[in-house]
Design a protein around this ligand. Sequence first.
Ligand code: PEP
Length: 264
Amino acid sequence: MNINRKPIFAANWKMNKGASETEDFIKSFLSKIQGQNFAAEIVIAPPFVSLPKLADLLHSAATGQNAHAIQIAAQNCSQYDSGAYTGEISVLMLREFFVHYVILGHSERRSIFGETDAVINAKMKKAREANLKPIFCIGETLAERESGKLESVLRTQITEGLSGLTEKDMAETVIAYEPVWAIGTGVTATSQQAQDAHAFVRSVIAEIYGADTAGRIRIQYGGSVKPGNAAELMACPDIDGALIGGAALEPQSFFEIIANGCAE
Ligand code: PEP
């Protein structure tokens, strides 16, 4: 963690929690963070159908007292504006529910739904047109790491995924480094593996956008982050928060990850 970059802890609920479970989670989570003043940004990405409930709950909390601001993220968006795209959700629809962030390029979107770097790039551009802040996910498979392709895979995902995006766009973008072999597996990258990958990602951003942008961009780590490993990971100089799947489904463990991550 670097004091010049505000860490960002984002819960990716994936296909979990409809409206009533969202309500249960938020009530419990808000009671835990009440009165805390974490020097961190907190983001929750529920399924699309739970966005209205989340927006309502956070709006009521914000008009109460002392609620730590929580930002809303979507887990995906369409690369198109509107029209005959059955099952898709546009960036303008997301804006109506006070969505500020959108997760793009998640490895599950890449591997299960076939999203290519070109599709992810189109979504990144569409998100920025609507002034949404992308959480741009990249990461290598175990086979790619073991065959020495870590850096070339990350470089390709970065150059193709961010193609055509400006320095100004980068100021509103968060990168999530998520080794595919660590997502949902219980296996976490060691803090050294994570730090090395983050430093490499930052160096590629510096080559493309310059040292200032690279020094400012936040790079989250994702992949089996838990309360027990958050502090060690967040102590690394190039790690600026976490993108959390499984452990963010319970209010207590999401809270503990943030508290432990901020305590280093
Ligand atoms: C994720 O899906 O982005 C993720 C990091 O999941 P998990 O924390 O469960 O590994």
